[in-house]
Design a protein around this ligand. Sequence first.
Ligand SMILES: CC(=O)[C@@H](O)[C@H](O)COP(=O)(O)O
Length: 271
Amino acid sequence: MIDMDDLLSIAGKSYHSRLLVGTGKYRDFAETRAAVEVSGAQIVTVAIRRTNIGQHPNEPNLLDVLPPEKFTLLPNTAGCYTAMDAVRTLRLARELLDGHSLVKLEVLGDQQTLFPDVVATLEAAKLLVKEDFQVMVYTSDDPIVARQLEDIGCVAIMPLASLIGSGMGILNPWNLQIIIENAHVPVLVDAGVGTASDATIAMELGCDGVLMNSAIAGARNPTLMAQAMRKAVEAGREAYLAGRMPRKTYQASPSSPTEGMLDTLEIPIIK
Ligand SMILES: CC(=O)[C@@H](O)[C@H](O)COP(=O)(O)O
């Protein structure tokens, strides 16, 4: 049973779900809506430069299927390659969403890897925090950059598990662990989750949440995968809170007592 008091707290607001989902790559808005519903996600991220949330008044609007009264929208800067592009994109989002300030910043370094440009990310984060945005920030799994982003005032740090859309899972759990241990704001894995066990591992490591898009949207059955991801995040969180059995050295330990066992037959040594 889920502990209803175990809440994810971001920028002063609390959420029961620790799974955050993207809204891209689905066949249509109906499929997006179905997957988001089943995932149980309360925070959904929207690529402002790709998705219509009012920029094009005569086209289908994502907000009609994911109303802001029901979901916390997280406008993101997917497709931005400079700090200023990202800042301008989020200013537009704030206008379209009546002053909404919780955003996800990502500034990409190149079109091939979609790795974050951490220098530009730091620059954009500084500008956005100054403009009173509450910035959740996509970054590399570098603990030093994570600390610098937190020092700037970002409200959540979102290191990648692996390349966006790759589905390769968590490549560097050790770095993630350092980031988690040192952070004073929520840490959420973002990008690269491929299947349910990846999400569980992230949560077992102590992540506060997981953000994903491709693993659900790209599954053969997106709504079924959305359900699996919801359970995976919950299971990982529970395992983390329960605390795993000690794992000090790789050494066997008999499951039944060894005292009082019958003597074995003496085996002659063959020369
Ligand atoms: C960084 C970013 O924009 C993420 O929201 C990304 O879209 C999710 O990555 P996956 O598609 O790999 O889950």
